[in-house]
Design a protein around this ligand. Structure first.
Ligand code: XMP
Length: 512
């Protein structure tokens, strides 16, 4: 079967905030798209034989000293090019048009009149809306180009040279505020670049499994299952490729949520995939005894996790490969100097330091939504596919102060109520994360006629796109009330519930 990644769009990244979104939009049109730095050498670009090239937006001005640029030859390869925002200004500047520096940024929705009826705007002539976010703009198109769309403040909102198949838009077709954006991207991909749309998770699965078989050869591999969607999907995919030469190790560090170890074991039993289940609760609890400082907790858990995992790996004999569920955004963010944010990897279960294992990362080409789709393709249950992000150190970072078995039991019960109520209200796919936190405080209350002096539980629920920033979720008051009433009634040792209404920044999502 042909690798669906053969039909390729290369997206040259100039550091724009929407670069990953452009790639996702292209993939939603079932065309594989890879993000590469704008300074990638021309030979590398042409050796990939792309069907089309997209130039992303970016924060620079073409007139700045050392402004990111491109060799002119990119436009002479005979491959269609679409410039977006900075990509358009660069195209205009390099090909002999005139770009003017803006006195102010234009930001927001704009009414756009489309005059071009071929190429990018085929079937779209007339008025529509678009999303603008730019400083500089093109004031005179380069020779060979015609203006194909305009707004009041940007008379040249789009330009095209249908002969050389070069296209550019000042606005952002990739954002939802450009309602016809999807059609424009489809026109570029299917009409201009001639793509057929072969990128589906079914076709990826076959190609990825073949790649894993080739990499691992006759060797064997190991993976650490966390119960999250990434490690589970990676494990199932690799298992489909090499069968029992993969050992899946599931370490229960005793810091998981209610029912979690059972549901992971059950899911894999149903899939017919054996897992090595390690009950290491006591080991972790002992190591954590008396440890209160958050970073110290993380270190203790991380180190102990690696120790347990290594012991299991040794029992398997000759393991050469370690399977990890690394995703595409992590690959892009650690490999592109232009990307502004670098995600800190604070996962438990990193590469064991002194084991000579080679990495197998079958999801390194996928976005999260694609991983979920792949998970469905592989038959994983919904509760794993939609599991909310959960920190590797688990409940230990949601118990402030030293972790004890008693506190873990209180938190597990309270957390199950929070989670259950959110699901019951049908909000589980809309709220990014929702959970309970147990602070190291007690307060006075009254129950029946008696005074109580008991734990407080904090409810935390946030909306977010990627966990980097977050807003507290405006949960309905009656839902909050139900949670609070149930927690104090059903969880012994709790007499007060509070709701965290801080956003990130300045707070973080987790409390530790
Ligand atoms: P913070 O608390 O930094 O969390 O706002 C951002 C996102 O990362 C998750 N998180 C972790 N994930 N290992 C993980 O795999 C960790 O150690 C860890 N700590 C925080 C957190 O749940 C949120 O989604």
């Amino acid at each position: 079967m042909q690798d669906p990644r053969k039909e390729l769009i290369l997206l040259l990244d100039f550091g724009g905030q929407y670069t990953q979104l452009i790639a996702r939009r292209v993939r939603e049109c079932r065309v594989y798209c890879e993000i590469i730095p704008y300074y990638t050498p021309l030979e590398r670009i042409s050796s990939r034989k792309p069907c089309g090239i997209i130039l992303s937006g970016g924060p620079s001005s073409v007139y700045e000293e050392n402004a990111p640029a491109l060799p002119l030859a990119v436009f002479e390869m005979g491959v269609p090019v679409l410039g977006i925002c900075y990509g358009m200004q660069l195209m205009g500047h390099l090909l002999g048009g005139r770009v003017v520096r803006a006195s102010h940024r234009e930001y927001g929705r704009a009414r756009i009149g489309i005059t071009g009826s071929e190429g990018l705007f085929k079937g779209l002539a007339g008025k529509t809306w678009c999303w603008m976010s730019h400083g500089d703009r093109v004031e005179a198109v380069p020779p060979g180009f015609v203006v194909s769309a305009s707004t009041d403040s940007a008379p040249i909102a789009a330009m095209e040279d249908n002969t050389r198949r070069l296209y550019a838009v000042q606005f952002h077709p990739e954002v939802v505020h450009t309602p016809e954006g999807r059609r424009m991207i489809e026109n570029f991909l299917y009409g201009i670049c001639g793509c057929g749309g072969t990128w589906t998770m079914g076709s990826f699965l076959a190609a990825a499994a073949a790649e894993v078989r080739e990499t691992v050869g006759h060797g064997s591999a190991i993976c650490a299952l966390s119960g999250g969607v990434d490690s589970s999907v990676a494990a199932v995919l690799v298992y489909r490729a090499i069968g029992e030469r993969l050992t899946c190790v599931f370490v229960n560090h005793g810091l998981l949520r209610e029912g979690e170890p059972e549901s992971v074991r059950e899911a894999f039993r149903r899939l017919g995939i054996p897992i090595v289940y390690v009950d290491a609760k006591d080991r972790f609890l002992k190591k954590l005894a008396g440890v209160a400082e958050p970073e110290a907790k993380r270190r203790v858990i991380g180190a102990e996790f690696i120790r347990v995992f290594e012991e299991e790996a040794r029992k398997q004999g000759n393991v050469e490969f370690l399977v990890q569920g690394t995703l595409y955004p992590d690959v892009v963010e650690s490999g592109t100097a232009t990307a502004a944010r670098i995600k800190s990897h604070h996962n438990v279960g990193g590469l064991p330091a002194d084991m000579p294992l080679r990495l197998v990362e079958p999801l390194r080409w996928l976005f999260k939504d694609e991983v979920r789709e792949l998970g469905r393709e592989l038959g994983l249950p919904e509760e794993i596919i939609w599991r909310q992000p959960f920190p590797g150190p688990g409940l230990a970072v949601r118990i402030l102060g030293p972790v004890t078995e008693e506190k873990l039991n209180v938190l597990r019960r309270a957390d199950a109520i929070v989670t259950g109520e959110i699901k019951q209200a049908g909000l589980d796919r809309r709220v990014w994360q929702y959970f309970a936190v147990l602070p190291d405080i007690r307060s006075v209350g009254v129950m029946g006629d008696a005074r109580t002096y008991a734990h407080t539980v904090i409810v935390r629920a946030v909306e977010s796109q990627d966990g980097m920033t977050a807003d507290w979720a405006r949960l309905p008051h009656d839902l909050l009330e139900r949670m609070a009433a149930r927690i104090v009634r059903e969880v012994p040792g709790v007499n007060r519930v509070v709701y965290d209404i801080t956003s990130k920044p300045p707070a973080t999502i987790e409390w530790e």
